[in-house]
Design a protein around this ligand. Structure first.
Ligand code: ATP
Length: 348
């Protein structure tokens, strides 16, 4: 048995809808991987959104803010955002509060899973705090509503720098900035100018610009032409769901919200109320978000163990959830990953 070398304090927001099921599965897998690699987790669980409001009268309780501030790392399940009214998005509020300006979403195939685009490996880098997500909407006169799209030089330069730094560090070759500057000449024009300025400092990385609607078509025709998509907030949100379909759907794609002080790791998908409480949700997206988190907290051996177990389960294809063509439930899938992590890794 390996002696515990380090305990990581992690804020855990289980979320609602399928959140408690997928986060329960992920915690179980991380505990098993941590036990085998000498890493312990001290989970600090909190509610957010409607669940928290019922108990505390606050959508994001102060103790949750304090916990993230102290631990600097959170693993977060999806939290329902009411449509067309109700409280502000918890996800957006947390991203703003902790200045998590970069949303990082790797879109990669898992072994054994048949998809239309085998071997796809692209990354979406999405600005996470500005754009129409600034939440500045008001009624000008009855029947006329205005929503403000905020794009700043600081925010655009910061996210472009993040994308190019990531590309350089990880040997990525190409960045496409995604825009609609033919229509939004000032806002998307500013975003592009900032990307162009940053690109000059990275001559080894090919820099291109694509209009967002064309990008959707190009992605479906030939996603292999892209390496890193660098986007404003709303385009990134939409393209993330589109790209998730290339690798098997929303149940698979992970995400990291990164700032200079704190980081929150969460899946791309929402709370999926249609399948909540049915032991049907695929925890892979949150599990792969947790793998990103393990790298972030500098526990690569634990991260690799989890990833190897996950890939083994997909390679075998016997214990998959319904969204990816299997018949197993969330719990059985988690048990299979734990078992696969304990078994010797089969040759690829
Ligand atoms: P939001 O706007 O909150 O991000 P969304 O519009 O992306 O949410 P989701 O709640 O993610 O919507 O669900 C979209 C569809 O994908 C639903 O049919 C849902 O069941 C399915 N889905 C989402 N996540 C998963 C998952 N982890 N496992 C299986 N199916 C999922």
């Amino acid at each position: 048995m390996t002696a515990t070398k380090k305990t990581h304090r992690i804020t855990l927001i289980a979320g609602d809808g399928i959140g408690p099921e997928v986060s329960g599965a992920v915690v179980k897998i991380l505990e098993a991987a941590g036990a085998a690699t000498g890493v312990a987790f001290d989970w600090h669980p909190y509610d957010a959104g409607a669940n928290a409001f019922e108990k505390t009268g606050e959508y994001i309780p102060k103790v949750l803010y304090d916990s993230i501030e102290k631990n600097r790392v959170a693993l977060k399940g999806p939290v329902t955002t009411p449509v067309g009214g109700g409280f502000a998005s918890i996800n957006v509020t947390l991203r703003k509060k902790f200045e998590l300006f970069a949303n990082f979403r790797p879109v990669k195939n898992l072994p054994g899973l048949k998809t239309k685009y085998p071997g796809l490996d692209l990354v979406i880098v999405r600005e996470n705090m500005e754009d129409l997500y600034a939440g500045l909407e008001h009624e000008v006169v009855p029947g006329v509503v205005q929503a403000l799209k905020i794009i700043t030089e600081k925010g655009s330069t910061r996210i472009a720098k993040f994308a190019f730094d990531y590309a350089r560090k990880h040997g990525r070759k190409k960045i496409h900035a995604i825009h609609k500057a033919n229509i939004m000449k000032l806002s998307d024009g500013l975003f592009l100018r900032c990307c162009q300025t940053v690109a000059k400092d990275f001559p080894e990385i090919a820099y291109h610009e694509h209009i967002v609607d064309n990008t959707c078509m190009q992605l479906v025709m030939n996603p292999y032409q892209y390496d890193i998509l660098l986007t404003e907030n709303l385009y990134g949100d939409i393209l993330s769901d589109l790209c998730s379909a290339f690798v098997g759907g929303l149940g698979l794609v992970p995400g990291a919200n990164l700032g200079t002080e704190c980081a929150i790791f969460e899946a791309v998908h929402g709370s999926a109320p249609d399948i909540a409480g049915k032991d049907m949700a695929n925890p892979t997206a949150l599990l792969q978000s947790a793998v990103l988190m393990l790298h972030h907290i500098d526990e690569p051996a634990t991260a690799e163990r989890v990833q190897a177990g996950l890939e083994q389960v997909y390679r075998e294809g016997k214990t998959l959830t319904k969204d990816v063509g299997g018949t197993s439930g969330t719990k059985a899938f988690a048990d299979a990953v734990v078992e696969a992590m304990e078994a010797p890794v089969a040759a690829a």
